[in-house]
Ligand binder design. Structure first.
Ligand code: UDP
Length: 325
Protein backbone atom coordinates (compact mmCIF):
# COMPACT_ATOMS: atom_id res chain seq x y z
CA UNK A 1 0.00 0.00 0.00
CA UNK A 2 1.39 3.42 -0.94
CA UNK A 3 1.98 5.47 2.21
CA UNK A 4 1.67 9.21 1.55
CA UNK A 5 2.64 12.00 3.91
CA UNK A 6 0.23 14.92 3.46
CA UNK A 7 1.85 18.05 4.89
CA UNK A 8 -0.94 20.51 5.56
CA UNK A 9 -3.59 17.78 5.44
CA UNK A 10 -5.79 19.57 8.00
CA UNK A 11 -6.24 22.51 5.64
CA UNK A 12 -8.76 23.10 2.90
CA UNK A 13 -7.07 21.45 -0.10
CA UNK A 14 -4.98 19.01 1.97
CA UNK A 15 -8.07 17.51 3.66
CA UNK A 16 -9.76 16.92 0.29
CA UNK A 17 -6.50 15.30 -0.83
CA UNK A 18 -6.43 12.98 2.18
CA UNK A 19 -9.96 11.81 1.39
CA UNK A 20 -9.07 11.21 -2.28
CA UNK A 21 -5.92 9.28 -1.32
CA UNK A 22 -7.84 7.06 1.10
CA UNK A 23 -10.46 6.44 -1.61
CA UNK A 24 -7.63 5.43 -3.96
CA UNK A 25 -6.41 2.83 -1.45
CA UNK A 26 -3.41 4.76 -0.07
CA UNK A 27 -2.36 5.03 3.57
CA UNK A 28 -2.33 8.66 4.74
CA UNK A 29 -0.38 10.42 7.48
CA UNK A 30 -1.10 14.12 8.00
CA UNK A 31 1.53 16.54 9.36
CA UNK A 32 0.04 19.91 10.26
CA UNK A 33 0.65 22.67 12.81
CA UNK A 34 -3.12 23.42 12.93
CA UNK A 35 -2.39 27.15 12.55
CA UNK A 36 -5.07 27.47 9.88
CA UNK A 37 -6.16 23.85 9.56
CA UNK A 38 -8.69 21.92 11.62
CA UNK A 39 -8.26 18.78 13.70
CA UNK A 40 -11.80 17.77 12.67
CA UNK A 41 -10.79 17.86 9.00
CA UNK A 42 -8.34 14.98 9.52
CA UNK A 43 -10.63 12.00 8.98
CA UNK A 44 -8.63 9.70 6.71
CA UNK A 45 -5.35 9.02 8.51
CA UNK A 46 -3.19 9.69 11.53
CA UNK A 47 -2.57 13.33 12.51
CA UNK A 48 0.95 14.21 13.60
CA UNK A 49 0.93 17.75 14.94
CA UNK A 50 4.04 19.71 14.08
CA UNK A 51 5.60 22.56 12.15
CA UNK A 52 7.91 22.42 9.13
CA UNK A 53 10.10 25.00 10.85
CA UNK A 54 10.74 22.43 13.61
CA UNK A 55 13.27 20.24 11.82
CA UNK A 56 13.66 17.85 14.75
CA UNK A 57 9.94 17.12 14.65
CA UNK A 58 10.27 16.32 10.95
CA UNK A 59 13.27 14.07 11.58
CA UNK A 60 11.31 12.17 14.24
CA UNK A 61 8.39 11.79 11.83
CA UNK A 62 10.56 10.32 9.08
CA UNK A 63 12.35 8.02 11.57
CA UNK A 64 9.10 6.52 12.81
CA UNK A 65 7.26 6.31 9.45
CA UNK A 66 8.25 4.96 6.05
CA UNK A 67 6.73 7.15 3.30
CA UNK A 68 6.62 6.37 -0.41
CA UNK A 69 5.73 9.95 -1.40
CA UNK A 70 5.02 13.37 0.07
CA UNK A 71 2.30 15.86 -0.89
CA UNK A 72 3.05 19.31 0.43
CA UNK A 73 0.22 21.79 1.07
CA UNK A 74 1.59 23.68 4.12
CA UNK A 75 1.85 27.36 3.28
CA UNK A 76 0.79 30.86 4.04
CA UNK A 77 -1.29 31.69 0.99
CA UNK A 78 -2.80 35.17 1.12
CA UNK A 79 -1.52 37.62 -1.44
CA UNK A 80 -2.30 40.82 0.47
CA UNK A 81 -0.85 39.48 3.73
CA UNK A 82 2.34 38.49 1.88
CA UNK A 83 2.76 42.07 0.71
CA UNK A 84 2.43 43.30 4.33
CA UNK A 85 4.66 40.64 5.90
CA UNK A 86 7.02 39.10 3.33
CA UNK A 87 9.44 37.64 5.92
CA UNK A 88 6.65 35.44 7.28
CA UNK A 89 6.06 34.12 3.75
CA UNK A 90 9.72 33.42 2.98
CA UNK A 91 10.21 31.78 6.41
CA UNK A 92 7.14 29.53 6.23
CA UNK A 93 6.98 28.74 2.56
CA UNK A 94 10.67 28.63 1.65
CA UNK A 95 12.58 27.76 4.85
CA UNK A 96 9.85 25.32 5.95
CA UNK A 97 9.95 23.56 2.57
CA UNK A 98 13.75 23.44 2.60
CA UNK A 99 13.57 21.61 5.95
CA UNK A 100 11.11 19.14 4.47
CA UNK A 101 13.25 18.53 1.37
CA UNK A 102 16.38 18.04 3.44
CA UNK A 103 14.71 15.53 5.76
CA UNK A 104 13.16 13.69 2.77
CA UNK A 105 16.61 13.51 1.19
CA UNK A 106 18.21 11.97 4.27
CA UNK A 107 15.33 9.51 4.63
CA UNK A 108 15.60 8.49 0.96
CA UNK A 109 12.06 9.63 0.03
CA UNK A 110 12.21 10.53 -3.65
CA UNK A 111 8.77 11.76 -4.70
CA UNK A 112 7.07 15.07 -3.96
CA UNK A 113 3.90 16.69 -5.25
CA UNK A 114 4.06 20.38 -4.38
CA UNK A 115 1.25 22.97 -4.18
CA UNK A 116 2.40 25.81 -6.35
CA UNK A 117 0.31 28.65 -7.69
CA UNK A 118 -0.62 30.77 -10.70
CA UNK A 119 0.85 33.67 -8.70
CA UNK A 120 4.31 32.57 -9.95
CA UNK A 121 3.47 34.12 -13.33
CA UNK A 122 2.80 37.73 -12.32
CA UNK A 123 0.86 39.83 -14.83
CA UNK A 124 -0.11 37.73 -17.89
CA UNK A 125 1.06 38.74 -21.34
CA UNK A 126 -1.25 36.21 -23.05
CA UNK A 127 -4.99 35.54 -22.64
CA UNK A 128 -4.40 32.13 -21.12
CA UNK A 129 -1.29 31.13 -19.24
CA UNK A 130 0.57 27.97 -20.08
CA UNK A 131 3.64 26.70 -18.29
CA UNK A 132 6.02 28.39 -20.72
CA UNK A 133 4.78 31.88 -19.75
CA UNK A 134 7.44 34.01 -18.04
CA UNK A 135 7.53 33.79 -14.23
CA UNK A 136 7.73 37.30 -12.77
CA UNK A 137 5.67 37.22 -9.56
CA UNK A 138 4.28 40.55 -8.35
CA UNK A 139 3.83 39.56 -4.71
CA UNK A 140 5.92 37.73 -2.08
CA UNK A 141 3.46 34.82 -1.99
CA UNK A 142 4.11 34.03 -5.67
CA UNK A 143 7.82 34.69 -5.23
CA UNK A 144 8.04 32.25 -2.30
CA UNK A 145 6.42 29.47 -4.36
CA UNK A 146 8.70 30.16 -7.33
CA UNK A 147 11.74 29.88 -5.05
CA UNK A 148 10.58 26.41 -4.02
CA UNK A 149 10.12 25.43 -7.67
CA UNK A 150 13.74 26.45 -8.27
CA UNK A 151 14.87 24.33 -5.32
CA UNK A 152 12.96 21.38 -6.78
CA UNK A 153 14.74 21.71 -10.12
CA UNK A 154 18.13 21.80 -8.43
CA UNK A 155 17.17 18.86 -6.19
CA UNK A 156 16.19 16.81 -9.26
CA UNK A 157 19.66 17.33 -10.74
CA UNK A 158 21.66 16.91 -7.54
CA UNK A 159 19.74 14.26 -5.61
CA UNK A 160 17.37 12.66 -8.11
CA UNK A 161 14.25 14.02 -6.37
CA UNK A 162 11.19 13.51 -8.56
CA UNK A 163 8.67 16.30 -8.19
CA UNK A 164 5.57 17.83 -9.69
CA UNK A 165 4.80 21.48 -8.91
CA UNK A 166 1.09 21.99 -9.50
CA UNK A 167 0.30 25.60 -10.24
CA UNK A 168 -3.23 26.05 -9.01
CA UNK A 169 -5.44 28.82 -10.19
CA UNK A 170 -8.29 29.54 -7.70
CA UNK A 171 -9.24 26.49 -5.65
CA UNK A 172 -12.98 26.50 -4.97
CA UNK A 173 -15.93 24.34 -3.92
CA UNK A 174 -16.16 21.59 -1.34
CA UNK A 175 -16.56 17.86 -0.89
CA UNK A 176 -19.99 17.09 -2.44
CA UNK A 177 -20.63 14.64 0.45
CA UNK A 178 -20.32 17.51 2.94
CA UNK A 179 -17.59 15.92 5.13
CA UNK A 180 -15.09 18.74 4.59
CA UNK A 181 -15.05 22.24 3.14
CA UNK A 182 -13.42 25.65 3.19
CA UNK A 183 -13.18 27.27 6.63
CA UNK A 184 -10.74 30.09 7.35
CA UNK A 185 -10.75 32.65 10.14
CA UNK A 186 -10.78 35.38 9.04
CA UNK A 187 -12.11 34.37 5.61
CA UNK A 188 -10.45 36.29 2.79
CA UNK A 189 -11.41 34.29 -0.31
CA UNK A 190 -14.13 35.44 -2.63
CA UNK A 191 -16.53 32.49 -2.90
CA UNK A 192 -16.72 31.68 0.84
CA UNK A 193 -17.08 35.38 1.60
CA UNK A 194 -19.96 35.69 -0.85
CA UNK A 195 -21.68 32.61 0.61
CA UNK A 196 -21.17 33.69 4.22
CA UNK A 197 -22.73 37.00 3.25
CA UNK A 198 -25.68 35.15 1.69
CA UNK A 199 -26.14 33.43 5.05
CA UNK A 200 -26.14 36.78 6.84
CA UNK A 201 -22.69 36.10 8.36
CA UNK A 202 -19.36 37.84 7.82
CA UNK A 203 -18.62 41.53 7.89
CA UNK A 204 -20.16 42.85 4.70
CA UNK A 205 -18.98 41.86 1.27
CA UNK A 206 -16.44 44.09 -0.46
CA UNK A 207 -15.45 44.03 -4.12
CA UNK A 208 -11.80 45.01 -4.38
CA UNK A 209 -11.44 47.29 -7.41
CA UNK A 210 -13.80 47.95 -10.32
CA UNK A 211 -11.35 49.85 -12.51
CA UNK A 212 -9.35 46.96 -13.98
CA UNK A 213 -9.19 46.60 -17.77
CA UNK A 214 -11.65 43.67 -17.77
CA UNK A 215 -15.21 43.27 -19.12
CA UNK A 216 -16.86 44.76 -15.99
CA UNK A 217 -13.82 46.32 -14.31
CA UNK A 218 -13.41 43.59 -11.65
CA UNK A 219 -10.65 40.95 -11.54
CA UNK A 220 -10.95 37.78 -13.60
CA UNK A 221 -9.98 34.46 -12.02
CA UNK A 222 -10.11 30.81 -13.06
CA UNK A 223 -11.92 28.76 -10.39
CA UNK A 224 -11.12 25.05 -10.22
CA UNK A 225 -12.91 22.56 -7.97
CA UNK A 226 -10.90 21.27 -5.02
CA UNK A 227 -11.72 17.63 -5.89
CA UNK A 228 -10.41 18.15 -9.41
CA UNK A 229 -7.21 19.49 -7.84
CA UNK A 230 -6.98 16.39 -5.64
CA UNK A 231 -7.49 14.13 -8.68
CA UNK A 232 -4.60 15.87 -10.45
CA UNK A 233 -2.31 15.27 -7.46
CA UNK A 234 -3.02 11.55 -7.58
CA UNK A 235 -2.24 11.47 -11.31
CA UNK A 236 0.94 13.50 -10.74
CA UNK A 237 2.11 11.10 -8.02
CA UNK A 238 1.61 8.14 -10.37
CA UNK A 239 3.41 10.03 -13.14
CA UNK A 240 6.48 10.32 -10.93
CA UNK A 241 6.65 6.50 -10.61
CA UNK A 242 8.11 6.36 -14.10
CA UNK A 243 9.29 9.90 -14.81
CA UNK A 244 12.40 11.50 -13.37
CA UNK A 245 12.90 15.25 -12.99
CA UNK A 246 11.04 18.33 -11.77
CA UNK A 247 7.72 18.79 -13.57
CA UNK A 248 5.24 21.65 -13.64
CA UNK A 249 1.57 21.62 -14.47
CA UNK A 250 -1.08 24.33 -14.48
CA UNK A 251 -4.38 23.36 -12.91
CA UNK A 252 -7.31 25.51 -13.90
CA UNK A 253 -10.65 25.15 -15.65
CA UNK A 254 -9.64 27.42 -18.54
CA UNK A 255 -12.65 29.72 -17.98
CA UNK A 256 -12.34 33.14 -16.39
CA UNK A 257 -15.04 34.75 -14.21
CA UNK A 258 -15.06 38.31 -12.95
CA UNK A 259 -15.82 39.03 -9.30
CA UNK A 260 -19.24 40.38 -10.38
CA UNK A 261 -19.97 37.19 -12.35
CA UNK A 262 -19.14 35.07 -9.30
CA UNK A 263 -21.54 37.14 -7.19
CA UNK A 264 -24.26 36.80 -9.84
CA UNK A 265 -23.77 33.00 -10.04
CA UNK A 266 -23.98 32.83 -6.22
CA UNK A 267 -27.25 34.79 -6.28
CA UNK A 268 -28.72 32.20 -8.66
CA UNK A 269 -27.47 29.17 -6.70
CA UNK A 270 -28.49 30.46 -3.26
CA UNK A 271 -31.64 32.36 -4.23
CA UNK A 272 -30.44 35.18 -1.93
CA UNK A 273 -29.96 38.81 -2.87
CA UNK A 274 -26.29 39.46 -2.23
CA UNK A 275 -25.29 43.09 -1.66
CA UNK A 276 -21.72 44.40 -1.69
CA UNK A 277 -19.77 47.62 -1.45
CA UNK A 278 -16.93 48.75 -3.68
CA UNK A 279 -13.49 48.99 -2.08
CA UNK A 280 -10.07 50.00 -3.43
CA UNK A 281 -7.92 47.49 -5.29
CA UNK A 282 -6.23 44.88 -3.09
CA UNK A 283 -2.42 45.06 -3.14
CA UNK A 284 -0.73 42.37 -5.24
CA UNK A 285 -3.81 41.36 -7.31
CA UNK A 286 -3.15 40.85 -11.05
CA UNK A 287 -6.17 41.84 -13.21
CA UNK A 288 -6.64 38.48 -14.99
CA UNK A 289 -5.45 34.92 -14.32
CA UNK A 290 -6.80 32.16 -16.57
CA UNK A 291 -5.13 28.79 -17.12
CA UNK A 292 -4.19 26.83 -20.15
CA UNK A 293 -4.03 23.38 -18.53
CA UNK A 294 -3.44 21.39 -21.73
CA UNK A 295 -0.25 19.88 -20.36
CA UNK A 296 -2.02 18.33 -17.35
CA UNK A 297 -4.74 17.00 -19.65
CA UNK A 298 -2.32 15.56 -22.22
CA UNK A 299 0.51 14.32 -20.00
CA UNK A 300 -1.34 13.32 -16.83
CA UNK A 301 -4.71 12.45 -18.38
CA UNK A 302 -6.43 14.97 -16.07
CA UNK A 303 -10.17 15.40 -16.75
CA UNK A 304 -11.73 18.04 -14.48
CA UNK A 305 -15.30 17.07 -13.65
CA UNK A 306 -16.64 20.45 -12.47
CA UNK A 307 -16.73 22.67 -15.53
CA UNK A 308 -19.02 25.53 -14.65
CA UNK A 309 -19.23 28.08 -11.88
CA UNK A 310 -22.76 27.27 -10.57
CA UNK A 311 -21.79 23.58 -10.10
CA UNK A 312 -18.73 24.62 -8.09
CA UNK A 313 -20.68 27.12 -5.99
CA UNK A 314 -23.40 24.53 -5.36
CA UNK A 315 -20.90 22.26 -3.54
CA UNK A 316 -19.51 25.17 -1.52
CA UNK A 317 -23.05 26.31 -0.61
CA UNK A 318 -23.92 22.77 0.56
CA UNK A 319 -20.91 22.97 2.95
CA UNK A 320 -21.50 26.52 4.19
CA UNK A 321 -25.13 25.75 5.04
CA UNK A 322 -23.97 22.86 7.27
CA UNK A 323 -20.27 23.21 8.13
CA UNK A 324 -18.89 20.44 10.37
CA UNK A 325 -16.05 22.58 11.76
N1 UDP B 1 -12.11 39.49 -3.80
C1 UDP B 1 -13.09 40.44 -3.53
N2 UDP B 1 -13.71 40.41 -2.31
C2 UDP B 1 -13.41 39.46 -1.36
C3 UDP B 1 -12.40 38.51 -1.65
C4 UDP B 1 -11.79 38.56 -2.88
O1 UDP B 1 -13.39 41.30 -4.36
O2 UDP B 1 -13.99 39.48 -0.27
C5 UDP B 1 -11.46 39.50 -5.12
C6 UDP B 1 -9.94 39.58 -5.07
O3 UDP B 1 -9.50 40.93 -5.07
C7 UDP B 1 -9.55 38.83 -6.35
C8 UDP B 1 -10.64 37.75 -6.49
O4 UDP B 1 -11.75 38.24 -5.71
O5 UDP B 1 -9.64 39.68 -7.46
C9 UDP B 1 -10.24 36.40 -5.97
O6 UDP B 1 -9.65 36.57 -4.67
P1 UDP B 1 -9.38 35.36 -3.68
O7 UDP B 1 -8.88 35.97 -2.39
O8 UDP B 1 -10.58 34.49 -3.57
O9 UDP B 1 -8.25 34.52 -4.38
P2 UDP B 1 -6.78 34.93 -4.95
O10 UDP B 1 -7.02 35.29 -6.40
O11 UDP B 1 -6.24 36.04 -4.12
O12 UDP B 1 -6.01 33.66 -4.81
Amino acid sequence: MTHVLVCGGAGYIGAHMAKALARAGCKVTVFDNLSTGHRAAVQWGELVEGDLLDKEALERLFKTHRFDAVMHFCALSQVAESVRDPYAYYRNNVVGTLNLLDVMHHAGVKQLVFSSTAAVYGVPTTDKLDESHSTLPINPYGASKLMVETMLEDAAKAYGLRSAALRYFNAAGADPEGDIGESHTPETHLIPNVLLHALGMGEGLKVFGDDYATRDGTCVRDYVHVNDLAAAHLLAMRHLDDHEGAHRFNLGSGSGYTVMEVIEAARKVTGKSISFSLAPRRAGDPPVLVADSKRAVEVLGWRPSFVDMPAIIETAWHWHCKPRY
